[in-house]
Every structure is written in C-alpha cells, then in structure tokens.
Design a protein around this ligand. Structure first.
Ligand SMILES: [Zn+2]
Length: 392
C-alpha cells in the first residue's frame, strides 16, 4: 500500500497527456506539427485560452461549446482525456510507486501512444507511422534503461539483465511483425484482397518491442477475440442500416427529390454505387435500369474527415443499375459515370469508414490489457480457460 497520492498524481498527469493526445490525433494525419502552434477553434479561429484547455473540466464548464462562437466541441475531447487519465491510474495501480516507477512511466507513455493510434485509426483507417516506427526503437531503448519491464522468460540463464531485456524486446518486435505479415500474406492468397494493413504490422512490432514475444502473441489473441466479437457486431449492425447521407436524386427529366439516408458501396478496384430510397411518388420517372440519374450528395464532414470539418458535396451523374428492396424502402442503385478522382476518394472514404473494422483499435485494446494485466491474461488463457473447456 503506497497511499492514494501517487495514483491521483498519475491521474491528473494522464488527463494532461490525454489533452495532448487530442492534439496529436487531430494534427498528425494532417501533417501539422504537434509541438508548434497553440490550439484554436476550427470554426472561428480564436486561440483557446489556457483556462479553457483544462482537461475534462473546461469542456464541462463551457457545456461543450466554443466560448467565442458557441460552435459545439465534440464530446470526444473530454472522453480521450478521461480515458487517458483512467489508463494512467490503472498503470499506477499495476506498477506502484516508488519501486515500480520505471515500468509505470514506460507503460503509461505506451498507453498514451496507443490512445493516439486507436483514434487516428477510427478516423482515417490508417495507423500513423510517425508513432509506430520510432516506437519500435524507443521500445528497445526502454528495455535497456528499464529492464524490469521484461520478464526475460527465455533468457533466464543470461546474467546481463539489460542485454536479456533488449533481446526480448527485439524478439517481441520480430514476432509481432512476422505473425501479422504471415496473416497478411495468407489473407491476400486466400481472399485476394488486403486483409491487414502494413500499419497494423508496425503497430504490433512496436507493442512487441515494449513487451516480448509471448506477450505479443497474447496481444494478438485478445485483439482477435475482441475484434471478431465487438467488430463483427459493429459492422453487422451498421451494414443493415442506411447511412445518414443527405442529398437529392433526379431520375430522367424529373425534378430532384431529396432524401436523408442512403447506402454507398465502394469495393476496391470497382466503381462506387450509391443506393437511395425512393418514395412511391418521388423523383419522377419509374426507376428502371438505364434511366439517367443525377445525385447531389452531402457527405458529413465528420465521416469523411475533411480538413476543415466541413461537409463535402459530391455531384454524381450516372444511370440506374436496378432497384433493391430494403426495410427502409425501395432503393435505386445508381452507377456513376467515371467520377473525378477526388470525389471517388470521398465516396470510398465514406463507405470504408462505415463498414470496416479498425483493427488497430483492437490491437491497441489488446496491448493495453496485456501491458496492464499480462500475467492475469496469461493465466486465464493457459489455465482457467482450458479447465473450463475440458470441464476439469
Ligand atoms: Zn469558436
């Protein structure tokens, strides 16, 4: 028992780091410097005052609005701050001060990096190299400086603990990269499409450098189970519903009719199709295949991650490919004429955003679980679960 004080300090520190994570998640994918320049409101451009930057509390005091222009501020900002604070508290509890301060600091910083990775992956379906690549090197350096991070399971006979820790970190990074490269290659051979991005490979290599080969396999196990259960439910629930996509549809020479929901399909290496529900009387001509169609779409800025957060307008000319039944009505499937590359990209981003699992989020989740409670998870996998399955 070391008292509550070091844990409270860790929590406050975590909230401040969480505030920095918000900056990283916003700026890194846009290629902006994370160190230079103070934060400003994306709508009115006013600099954020220091007292409006206090993690979580400021957002609550401002009731989620900009002090200057009253633009709503996403609840995600205080959420990321509170999440990071909670992770730092868990790290302080798992590695109590003062004896385990070294591992506590390292694990806390890795957790902060994982928060950044997870939210960039949610937004953009990509994992920032700027975090994972240096992360591999930092992981090996931390093994050298804080060797007690590593259990050195395989290298017990090696007298030099620092050397053993670095070797274990290197083995962990190699394991993470190799396993996911094999998964990627198999996925490519079997399904003929990219099942796993290289970003995930580098992320697991980074996690391996901080943990070790056995822990890396545990991370992958936790991530796969969580990803197939939670991710499967998430995608299935979204796939059935139409996306909140507003716009107008005109068929033939008729006047355009507006709609508020639609479905965008953007398979790789194939043209995008857009399916829009038609009211029985709306949109003019009866939708038969080959009818000329004109769609004006408004893609929500938040879903396509446009640079200034503004909605994106895309105009589509094409023909009706057919109709399909949906519980929200009859859908007209429009196959566009070749679109400008930028518009094609917006539509593809929108579709991808909606219907793909950000696997990096689950890798980050698994890594956080293993870093904080690796021994418990290992015991569960090797002892509790087999006993449960075999009934002994
Ligand atoms: Zn403002």
């Amino acid at each position: 028992m070391t008292g509550a004080f070091p844990v409270v300090v860790a929590g406050i520190f975590g909230a401040c780091i969480g505030s920095f994570c918000n900056v990283v998640v916003w700026r890194l994918p846009r290629g902006e410097s994370v160190a230079k320049g103070r934060s400003h409101c994306p709508r009115c451009g006013h600099l954020i005052r220091w007292h409006d930057n206090v993690p979580v509390l400021a957002w609550l005091m401002l009731r989620g609005r900009c002090r200057d222009c009253r633009a709503p501020i996403s609840a995600r900002y205080p959420f990321v701050e509170a999440l990071t604070a909670a992770l730092f508290v868990l790290s302080a509890l798992a590695f109590p001060w003062p004896a385990a301060l070294g591992p506590q600091v390292v694990v806390s910083l890795v957790l902060a990096a994982l928060v950044c990775v997870a939210f960039v992956d949610i937004d953009r379906r990509e994992i920032p190299d700027a975090i994972t690549k240096p992360g591999i090197a930092v992981g090996l350096l931390c093994a050298l400086l804080v060797p007690e991070m590593h259990s050195a399971t395989f290298l017990t006979e090696l007298a030099n603990r620092r050397l053993a820790a670095v070797l274990e970190g290197a083995a962990g990074a190699a394991t993470g990269a190799l396993v996911l490269l094999v998964v990627r290659w198999v996925g490519h051979a079997v399904a003929g499409k990219e099942a796993m991005g290289l970003g995930d490979v580098k992320l697991l290599a980074m996690v391996g450098a901080f943990s070790g080969p056995v822990e890396t396999l545990l991370v992958l196990l936790v991530a796969s189970v969580a990803g197939s259960v939670l991710g499967g439910v998430y995608v299935a629930s979204r796939a059935r519903r139409l996306a909140p996509l507003t716009g107008t549809l005109a068929l033939g020479d008729a006047a355009p009719a507006s709609f508020s929901r639609a479905r965008v399909r953007a398979p790789r290496r194939a043209p995008v199709t857009v399916a829009v529900p038609v009211a029985p009387s709306g949109a003019g001509a009866a939708p038969t295949a080959g009818t000329k169609a004109r769609l004006d779409l408004v893609l929500p800025g938040a879903a396509v991650w446009s640079d200034d957060g503004k909605d994106v307008r895309v105009s589509v000319r094409g023909v009706v490919e057919g109709v399909e039944r949906h519980r929200e009505g009859t859908l007209v499937v429009v196959r566009p004429e070749p679109l400008p590359e930028a518009d094609e990209e917006w539509l593809a981003t929108f579709a991808l955003q909606r219907l793909s699992i950000p696997f990096g989020v689950f890798l980050a989740l698994g890594a956080a679980a293993v870093l904080l409670a690796g021994d418990d998870i290992a015991r569960f996998v090797t002892q509790t679960w087999p006993r449960f399955v075999t009934g002994r």
